[in-house]
Design a protein around this ligand. Sequence first.
Ligand code: FE2
Length: 275
Amino acid sequence: MRIGTISDLHIDRNEDMLKRGESFAQLVAEVLREKRVDRLLMAGDISNHYLTTHTFIEEVSFLSGVPVHFVPGNHDYWARDHEVTDTNTIDAFFNQKTYSLVNNPVLLTNEWTLVGSPGWYDYGYGNHDRYSIEQFDRKQYGFASWNDKHYVNWGEPDQVISHKMLNQLRQDLKSVGRRKVILMTHVATHPEFVMPLPHRVYDYANAFLGAQSYESLYEEFKTIEYSIIGHVHMRKILQEKERTFITACLGSHKHWKKFDVKNQLTKSLVTFDIN
Ligand SMILES: [Fe+2]
């Protein structure tokens, strides 16, 4: 079975890059066909509107005939362009969909399972010599602000949400027993997938890129053979002993060298085979 993975399509932000007559769903379906993908894993940040994200997933699945599995990213939770300001409502919306992995591990083959959660940042990768937890909680430093501050509202501190999602992952990982696992989170769960410190901006911003506490899962569950990460807008594969970490972000067109959506989708979508 061939797995394909991609994340951070930001189809609204990148919309202007489409040629006349093109759509993101149709292009993704084409790439899936060309790469002979059997299952698509999307690690969040499809758009800034949960309904746009939902419609897109359904469209890709319909056009390609490929089942899609998804965890939301922080942008999919944003309430900038609609009135659903309680993030828990959007979370519940996604969680009841069949494509959601939360509390819903998927048996891919006899040997392989798929486990996932959006995961939430716990500030662990920020520079704690320079900033306090209170400063990270403010999500505003000098001129720079982390925009989840304005558009995401869990009603609880980030670190509490992060911990809840970690517990959910732990439970789901336990439930699949000794099967091999593909783990998918939106946030980074490995230090190689955030920016090296010290750094003028990322001493602060790294706090919002990942969940350092989730690293404990790799010690606890040797069954995790693949770990798929979104959010960080990198395209990178890291092999660490028996385990492969993948981030396959389309990312913002501002960072593309060539302004061709199909080409960028082809380059960012990573495939691997399991049996
Ligand atoms: Fe993100």
